[in-house]
Design a protein around this ligand. Structure first.
Ligand SMILES: *[C@@H]1O[C@H](CO)[C@@H](O)[C@H](O)[C@H]1NC(C)=O
Ligand SMILES: *[C@@H]1O[C@H](CO)[C@@H](O)[C@H](O)[C@H]1NC(C)=O
Ligand SMILES: *[C@@H]1O[C@H](CO)[C@@H](O)[C@H](O)[C@H]1NC(C)=O
Ligand SMILES: *[C@@H]1O[C@H](CO)[C@@H](O)[C@H](O)[C@H]1NC(C)=O
Ligand SMILES: *[C@@H]1O[C@H](CO)[C@@H](O)[C@H](O)[C@H]1NC(C)=O
Length: 301
């Protein structure tokens, strides 16, 4: 990544000239004093961080930050802010105090080592300070999925815990009481090739012969809720499908309406023609048709 950016700088003649003008100052100075201790900085992906370069209270000729051979941002007595801004990383800004730099919108590519170089006016000694930026990103709360089976009366469960978009790499750990017979089948930590953020997951096998227990899983300092494994599989639950429920309702209403219709026709038949009474044989269906026939008979006559 660094070498890629590097090459880009030197392929562009205008940029490389400017870079030499800015950074080159260092190359021709023999006397470099390097601070013995490096500064450790912490930042969060998506957040901001402030780089501070410790200097004495003397006027500076220049102070700049670089990453490998790449200029990040800085201050030069002999350059305007505009000239410098043209080369500086767009997510950085130098503070008015000339010794601190703010970096915004951090992503994993910003993780790593930086250097601060500076020189006081009236001295040819260049000072160098190493600054290490350590980035973290919080993993999502691990989400468990439990699949149990009861084959040949050997009850067991497969449990997977998955957590997304954390940094740096962290494995899933399991918090399981000692009474359980269980084993981790596999675990994986996958980097997103673009963002370098990590997805971490693990699958464990539980032999349920010691009954059910409450467990949880963690990635870094983020833990899942406590959940149960090896809950005995009861009788199959009554299906609660909305489709089935709708069909049941339609069938129920239809039957009710049919019963009401027949009952209504029965009553009407009893009240009506005594003449057809003698032809009533086998209940209402029969009677209903008979009634119709008698109506037709009346119309015809
Ligand atoms: C980072 O800085 C920007 C600009 O000052 C600000 O809007 C944002 O809230 C900051 N982000 C965090 C996580 O502090
Ligand atoms: C679970 O462990 C017990 C005791 O070790 C063993 O007898 C049984 O076969 C195991 N069950 C399964 C499903 O592996
Ligand atoms: C882990 O093992 C389980 C069960 O054998 C399987 O379903 C899953 O795909 C495996 N995961 C990985 C990342 O290999
Ligand atoms: C990580 O998980 C997120 C959310 O499920 C998914 O969108 C992304 O593709 C995953 N990345 C990798 C490298 O598996
Ligand atoms: C990280 O931020 C830099 C700007 O500071 C940007 O050029 C780069 O595309 C970002 N990388 C990702 C993966 O978002």
């Amino acid at each position: 990544m660094a070498s890629h950016c590097n090459r880009q700088y030197f392929l562009n003649p205008r940029l490389s000239l400017q870079l030499l003008a800015l950074v080159g100052t260092l190359t021709w100075h023999i006397l470099v004093t390097e601070s013995a201790t490096s500064i450790q900085l912490r930042g969060e992906v998506g957040g901001n961080v402030t780089f501070s370069c410790p200097t004495a209270k003397q006027k500076l000729r220049f102070l700049y930050f670089q990453r490998g051979e790449i200029f990040v941002n800085g201050y030069y007595e002999s350059k305007t802010a505009l000239e410098i801004a043209e080369l500086a990383w767009k997510n950085t800004i130098m503070d008015h105090d000339k010794t601190t730099m703010h970096m915004y919108n951090l992503n994993v590519s910003h993780h790593g080592e930086y250097q601060c170089h500076f020189q006081y006016i009236g001295s040819s000694a260049t000072h160098k300070q190493i600054i290490h930026l350590n980035l973290t990103a919080n993993y999502s709360k691990p989400a468990p999925t439990v699949h149990c089976s009861d084959e040949n009366h050997r009850f067991s469960c497969l449990v997977t815990c998955a957590s997304h978009d954390g940094y740096p790499v962290n494995k899933v750990t399991w918090n399981v009481p000692g009474s359980q017979i269980w084993t981790v089948l596999n675990s994986s930590e996958m980097n997103d090739p673009k963002t370098m953020m990590v997805n971490s997951s693990s699958t464990a096998y539980f032999n349920c012969s010691n009954g059910n227990t409450s467990i949880s899983c963690s990635v870094g300092n983020v833990s899942s809720d406590v959940f149960s494994v090896c809950i005995p599989i009861g009788p199959p639950p009554v299906p609660h499908s909305p489709v089935i429920e709708a069909i049941c309702a339609v069938v129920g209403i239809t039957i009710t309406m049919l019963v009401l219709l027949l009952w209504w026709r029965c009553k009407k038949g009893q009240r009506g023609a005594a003449a057809v009474d003698f032809r009533r044989v086998n209940g209402c269906e029969e009677e209903a048709t008979v009634h119709n026939e008698s109506n037709e008979g009346k119309e015809a006559s």
